[in-house]
Write a protein that binds this ligand. Structure first.
Ligand code: 6PG
Length: 267
């Protein structure tokens, strides 16, 4: 069955709103996200000989990685020239259960011809081995990002950025009420006390969300319905709902029916 025939609701993009696509279940969401990510990576790779994806953490990516691995060869990204980065990570070793890299190591890397040297995690292992803190890891990560990526409007451009949305409306590791935005492209964030896990993070600057040409937001499950209703409500306040940064034309929000329950104006 095609995804098209399974679409529950959709809202096309407008001048300042993203495209919203509602699908029946997390599996369909993962398939659609994978198809869009693969297509955008393929286009970018054809244009410039490589393509860079900033992926996400939490529970969102594992299903997408499975769907990416299951794509037929003609729809799969050209893995040998794909590079993977993280929009944010927890300050834990790469093999830790909490690591945002671990799902990629477990699900995607063994299944596709992605060269391990094309995987660019926040260097938490190096930092921890050397007795350094999250700020050190962030600085090193930022240096690598600047070294490898093109720029647009003063910020590094990832060809595709995949993000989830936290239960409090956070995006990347930019939490509600976060202090005025730092200028660094990557920076350390103290362990949040209001959402799990309570460990320090390293995040990319949310400005990278503005300059990517393919911003894919994925959200599923009834637990996200209330916050999505607020994010897509009448009030715009990015300090209160950092995920509103991705509520813009050019982004696509792929949701399951449960998560989309409180969204206004879907038909
Ligand atoms: C993190 C994540 C975070 C995540 C959202 C959504 O390290 O916590 O990167 O920003 O994407 O919290 O998480 P779920 O996919 O688990 O809903």
């Amino acid at each position: 069955m095609t995804i098209e025939s399974r679409v529950v609701a959709r809202r096309p993009a407008t001048a300042n709103e993203p495209e919203i696509l509602v699908l029946p279940d997390p599996e369909a969401v993962a398939q659609e996200a994978a198809a869009r990510i693969a297509a955008a990576l393929g286009t970018a790779a054809a244009e410039r000989g490589r393509a860079d994806l900033a992926t996400t953490g939490g529970s969102t990516p594992a299903g997408i990685y499975r769907a990416l691995a299951a794509l037929p060869p003609e729809a799969a990204p050209p893995w040998p020239i794909i590079h993977i980065w993280w929009g944010d990570d927890r300050f834990v070793p790469r093999h830790d259960q909490l690591s945002n890299v671990r799902p990629l190591d477990e699900v995607l890397l063994p299944a596709v011809p992605l060269p391990p040297e094309n995987v660019h995690p926040v260097p938490t292992d190096l930092a921890l081995e050397g007795g350094h803190d999250a700020a050190w890891a962030a600085t090193r990560y930022a240096t690598e990002v600047w070294r490898q990526l093109p720029r647009r409007a003063g910020w590094p451009v990832f060809d595709v950025v995949l993000v989830g949305v936290g239960p409090d409306g956070h995006i990347l590791s930019v939490f509600p009420g976060a202090p005025v935005e730092p200028v660094a492209v990557a920076y350390a964030v103290p362990a949040p006390s209001h959402v799990e896990p309570h460990v320090p993070r390293v995040t990319l600057n949310p400005a990278i969300l503005d300059v990517t040409s393919a911003l894919v937001v994925v959200c599923q499950g009834a637990a996200k319905a209330a916050i999505l209703g607020e994010i897509f409500g009448g009030l715009r306040d990015e300090r209160r709902w950092p995920a509103q940064r991705a509520r813009r034309r050019g982004a696509v929000w792929i949701l399951d029916e449960a998560a989309a329950a409180n969204l206004p104006g879907l038909g």
